[in-house]
Write a protein that binds this ligand. Sequence first.
Ligand SMILES: [Zn+2]
Length: 482
Amino acid sequence: MEYETVIGMEIHAQLATRTKVFCGCSTEFGADPNVHVCPVCLGMPGVLPVLNKEVVNLAIRGALALRAKIQGMSRFARKSYFYPDLPKGYQISQYEESFATDGYVMIDSDGKRKKIRVKRMNLEEDAGKSIHEQSTTLVDFNRCGVALLEIVTMPDLKSPEEAVAYLRTVRRQLQYAGVSSCDMEKGHFRCEPNVSVRPAGSDKLGTRTELKNLNSLKAVERGLRFEIERQIGLLKRGEQVVQQSLLWDEKEQKAAPMRAKEEAEDYRYFIEPDLVPLIVDTPWVEKVKSDVPELADDRAERFVKEYGIRPYDAGVLTSTRELADYYERTIGFHKDPTGLANWISTEVLGLMHEKGIAIRELKARPEHLAELFDLIADGSINKKMAKEIFMEMAEKGMGAKAIVSQKGLRQVTDEKELEDMITRVLSENPKEVERYFGGKDALFGFFVGQVMKASRGKANPKLVNEILRRQLDKRKNSPNSQ
Ligand SMILES: [Zn+2]
């Protein structure tokens, strides 16, 4: 029997505010344990939460980034469960009256565009963090009360690849709109997929399980693949899938059920009595909207239309706002959108990857890169030299022209000089010339290579080709002159 997979995703993105959602404590990452805490986020008796307006601003941005409908009124609820890292005994979240609903993102799946629907987006506070050490458990409350945006999809995802594409897209949209850093390593972007399988073509959902503890997109893909295979295996053997939460173990590459006490399904939600309903009116939304930059996918689409580059490249160039800005700024100095798109997505990204740096740390500025392209365009340098010069630019933070004159790297375009070089190469390789005349056309490339080598990469390849062709023709027509 054939099986098909249905995946739903719950994302928690940490909103990029400096202070927590209901108190003025800092959200700084990596501080000593229990430094950023106060009676409010520790849930001491007699204190009242006060909603941080900046959190709402960012939630509005988040909803706009995922094209969701912002509800004029949403309400906070208490989600009750007892766990050591939750000192209040409940988490303030939103339940039936969500902050936003009915959003979507478009993903690329198997070369096709596919719409993934976002069911709801909720505001909530984070819990603390338990640190398990041999026989004891320590708790760090710094994360308690940090603002999260919970994003729940409809079960539109059909494969681990789609799940990863969806996560990438959401992450990009949120980062772009300045909603969250979405840094997975710091836990600023966490996801919990749930997955079920069913006989292909069936419209009844199978029993689902939830995967927790996925710290990277790779882990999401591997975890889902493992769980899908496990479920299909069970069904094939005539066994049942048990609804439960599983912890993914990246080291062991397998998922195991969580201990029973870690699961608390009965949350006994009720309306948070200490907070008034959250009213977000149209003027507020409009005000935030006017500050929101162009969304990532809108920008990618514009790149395709305005600059005529491939959708794939547009996707790469808009993977972060800084990179997209870099690209557009460079085009502002040198109008070759396709050439620059290629260069940035190969050379610039390659270098950033190799050095492990962000674009803002790259010393080769847009005007420098544009200068490099000016030099290629006017024939002063060739592409091969350009790569070398680019590496220097990135190292020294100098413009291309300065490096060219400093290193004497100008391209050889002097015809006489090239003629001499070519004559020399041909007379140094008489056997190859003979074989070339005997019909081995591929040797033409060999001659070009030898001339480029002789010029230490500085010869203008186009001229070399022309002059070489001319010289060979001449020799062929008057073989005695050899
Ligand atoms: Zn606090």
